[in-house]
Design a protein. Structure first.
Length: 94
């Protein structure tokens, strides 16, 4: 994203690209190239949006994202490591 990008629109579009279909679509957007002038703001706001997504039972009206489709999707390698890097997942208990 260029430094003159509409950051709000870029965040919303990027979130839709990765979280559409719980990120399980073969076309999920998993890479972003950000200009250094907007990178910190973008990352901070994107993480805020990601943390605000209500996970839960897809049959309940307040749920924004339901469960993953298979046990393999819950394997902590590499997904959990990525979530921990962005602060969206607690560390392993010691």
């Amino acid at each position: 994203m260029f430094e003159d990008a509409n950051v709000t629109a870029a965040i919303n579009g990027s979130a839709w690209a990765i979280f559409h279909n719980q990120g399980q679509a073969c076309i999920a957007g998993s890479r972003l190239i950000l200009h250094s002038a907007i990178a910190d703001e973008f990352i901070e706001r994107f993480i805020g949006l990601a943390r605000s997504i209500r996970l839960g039972n897809p049959l309940l009206p307040d749920t924004e994202m339901g469960p993953l489709t298979s046990a393999m999707q819950t394997d902590p390698k590499p997904t959990t490591r990525l979530f921990r890097q962005i602060g969206a997942c607690p560390p392993d208990p010691e």
